[in-house]
Design a protein around this ligand. Structure first.
Ligand SMILES: Nc1ncnc2c1ncn2[C@@H]1O[C@H](COP(=O)(O)OP(=O)(O)OP(=O)(O)O)[C@@H](O)[C@H]1O
Ligand SMILES: [Mg+2]
Length: 339
């Protein structure tokens, strides 16, 4: 378990002080994929570097598996760090070394014998799907393959935690998907806790169990991914959720919708997993004289659940009837938002 307690980080620069993290409190459970999302400059990289103490916090404590790592000696910290792997947006590979030699590097540093190093590298190459490319140099690999080398190298010392700082941001959507699949496999097979730093909501939606949203150094919202999508609270979170749904369907933007459907009312109905398979719309239609036309719909699948969002235009009534139909939907546990 990773516990961040009252983490504050101030950078003193000649242009003044920058508070990159401000009183951040987070608990990341063993075996979970935890996302930290935020726009550029929010303090995400600083926070993740504080987890492995590449950056020292100005105040606060980092506790990993009940051990306060802010208090370790340099030697103890080096030891602890071997159990925390890290991957980066630009891979940070050594260009003069082959795939195999890049993966062996942390083992060389740890003083592991040549035979054991080669055996471990072989296993990791298979795990990340790079068989046949052992002797290639980074310059001969695609972005996705380079990140696979980065992942294998990060796993060389059998870490229990993997920190990923924008690990997919330099990759195209298909390659991103493959790398995320690989990270999910690693999380499941090896039980490694993964901390994903990202500004991509797609990444969070696809693989995270829980997330924290950061803005200006602070965690402004923390919840399960399902809750974040269903009931975003902070404005920044709403923006992330909206950006993602607008990628799915541009016409979902409220203002545009209102122009296209000027009559009656527009409702955004959110169906959670338990009720998304019931014929609720047809039941409501039978109970009401109003006309319901479907504007758009989509189903979002997160790592451990799914939920549907349906936008409908309700016509042929007055405020009183509209209020009634909203009540009927709510009685069926549908979350109703009037657009
Ligand atoms: N070493 C440093 N010295 C001075 N200021 C820094 C340093 N590192 C980060 N900062 C500042 O701290 C703030 C947070 O930076 P950080 O890199 O953590 O943000 P981020 O959320 O990772 O952004 P991005 O999405 O662009 O990577 C920024 O204002 C940044 O300029
Ligand atoms: Mg960053």
């Amino acid at each position: 378990m990773i516990e961040l307690r009252h983490i504050t980080k101030i950078f003193h620069t000649n242009k003044g002080d920058i508070e990159a993290c401000r009183d951040v409190n987070l608990t990341i459970r063993d075996g979970e994929i935890f996302g930290v999302i935020g726009y550029s400059g929010a303090g995400k990289s600083t926070l993740v570097r504080i987890i492995n103490q590449l950056e020292k916090q100005t105040s606060g404590e980092v506790i990993i598996d009940d051990e306060n790592i802010s208090k370790l000696s340099a030697d103890q910290l080096r030891q602890k760090r071997t159990k925390i792997g890290m991957i980066f947006q630009h891979f940070n590979l050594l260009w003069s070394r082959t795939v195999q030699k890049n993966i062996e590097l942390p083992l060389e540093i740890a003083g592991v014998s040549k035979e054991q190093r080669q055996q471990k590298a072989k296993e990791l190459i298979e795990l990340v799907g790079l068989q046949g490319r052992e002797n290639a140099y980074p310059s001969e690999l695609s972005g996705g393959q380079k990140q696979r080398v980065g992942i294998a190298r990060a796993l060389a010392n059998d870490p229990t935690i993997l920190l990923c700082d924008e690990a997919t941001s330099a990759l195209d959507p298909d390659t991103t998907e493959q790398i995320l699949e690989l990270l999910m496999k690693i999380n499941k097979q090896l039980g490694i806790t993964i901390v994903m730093i990202t500004h991509q909501m797609e990444v969070v939606q696809k693989i995270c169990h829980r997330i924290a949203v950061m803005s200006e150094g602070q965690v402004v919202e923390e919840a399960s991914v399902k809750n974040i999508f269903e009931h975003p609270i902070h404005d920044i979170t709403k923006r992330f959720v909206r950006d993602l749904s607008s990628k799915v369907d541009d016409s979902q933007h409220n203002e545009t919708l209102k122009k296209i459907y000027p009559n009656g009312i527009l409702l955004r109905l959110t169906f959670d997993e338990d009720i998304s398979r019931q014929p609720i719309v047809s039941k409501v239609m039978k109970q009401s004289d109003l006309d319901i036309s479907i504007v758009s719909g989509n189903l979002t699948n997160t790592i451990d659940s799914s939920f549907g969002v349906l936008i409908v235009n309700v016509l042929g009534g007055h405020q009183k009837e509209y209020d009634e139909i909203i009540k009927v939907f709510e009685d069926y546990q549908v979350i109703v938002e009037v657009i």
